[in-house]
Design a protein around this ligand. Structure first.
Ligand code: GLN
Length: 330
């Protein structure tokens, strides 16, 4: 029972500052705007006088608690102190009386201002962790989600040694890079239409020491094909219908790239169909297709794959209990 409670808390913890999947429920926008205005006034006061660590922590607590619960406020504050001052949690606790230099208070103020406006922590700090790897993120790429880690983990745990892997719509490159770390002898290719995303992905490949080939191409272009003889094609493509824009949490809609999130309402399976058609041509026999998708469409994606002649089609739930992943073999 305790474990279950711990696990649920973990999910709640992720939901707010590491958004779960791409689809969320809306929070009161009017309230958020009001909170933002008040937060800014108080953030400004942090910059104008000398500050002890304790007083900065207090300001962080009062501004962040307007958006986040207590546990999240603590986790966010620790991450900020770790990144900005290189202090661990114990140092934060034991050095509360110390005065901060003007430069350090200024840096903490700039970060708090952005967090107080609702910008996700990962964009503010410029990086996140995915499958134990440090992945840089900027406004041109989606923040990697815990669900996507679940998918990569499942792919890795099958006991199949993949040799040629393609990740379509690679964004930050998180999937391609994590797969390369799980299958060090595989040739991995990460594709994206966005040059901005590819620049981030390339830098991530370099900083993690993972060799991945990065390709700039749109999977929706009829003349764009996939590299031949793949044994794994994977994608977490844009899947939020435009009509669901208002259901997204404000921080997702306001900060994450719409190119990576949205698809037209008339054809929400557009990317899945295009990828599955092209994968059918290049996948070796028993090669695998893995998709992450919208919980409302996961079973339609499964049906689509069955109709296209894929075998062993499975629709798999995420840890939150939503139908989220689709796996099939050629
Ligand atoms: N593949 C990246 C991820 O899973 C980007 C996905 C996207 O931009 N739709 O985070």
């Amino acid at each position: 029972m305790l474990m279950l409670v711990g696990f649920c808390l973990e999910l709640v913890h992720y939901r707010v500052w590491v958004p779960m999947a791409k689809v969320h429920h809306r929070r009161g926008i009017e309230q958020a705007t009001f909170v933002r205005a008040r937060s800014l006034c108080r953030t400004a006061s942090l910059a104008t006088s000398t500050h002890t660590v304790g007083s900065v922590l207090k300001t962080y607590r009062s501004i962040l608690s307007e958006r986040y619960d207590q546990g999240e406020v603590r986790a966010i504050t620790r991450s900020v102190f770790r990144d900005v001052l290189r202090w661990d949690a114990a140092q934060v606790e034991t050095r509360k009386e110390e005065a901060l230099s003007n430069i350090d208070s200024e840096r903490l103020t700039v970060v708090l201002k952005r967090l107080g406006e609702g910008e996700p922590l990962q964009y503010v700090l410029g990086h996140t962790t995915f499958m134990g790897l440090d992945i840089a993120v900027s406004s041109g790429v989606l923040i990697p989600r815990p669900e996507t880690e679940e998918m990569v983990d499942m792919i890795g745990k099958q006991g199949v040694a993949f040799q040629r892997i393609v990740d379509i719509g690679t964004g930050s490159g998180c999937i391609a890079i994590a797969l390369r770390s799980l299958f060090p002898s595989a040739e991995v290719i990460g594709m994206d239409v966005s040059l901005e995303a590819l620049a981030v992905a390339r830098a991530n490949g370099r900083s993690t020491g993972m060799e991945v080939e990065w390709l700039a191409a749109s999977i929706l272009e009829p003349n764009v094909g996939l590299p031949g003889r793949c044994d794994l094609v994977v994608s977490n493509p844009p899947y939020v219908p435009l009509t669901e824009t208002t259901e997204l949490e404000e921080h997702v809609r306001a900060y994450e790239p719409h190119l990576a999130l949205f698809v037209n309402d008339e054809d929400p399976l557009l990317f899945y169909r295009a990828i599955a058609e092209k994968a059918m041509i290049v996948l070796v026999k028993s090669g695998q297709l893995w998709f992450e998708g919208h919980y409302r469409y996961a079973s339609s994606i499964g049906d689509l794959l069955v109709r296209m002649g894929y075998k062993n089609v499975r629709v798999i739930k995420d840890l939150g209990g939503h139908q989220r992943f689709i796996n099939a073999t050629r």
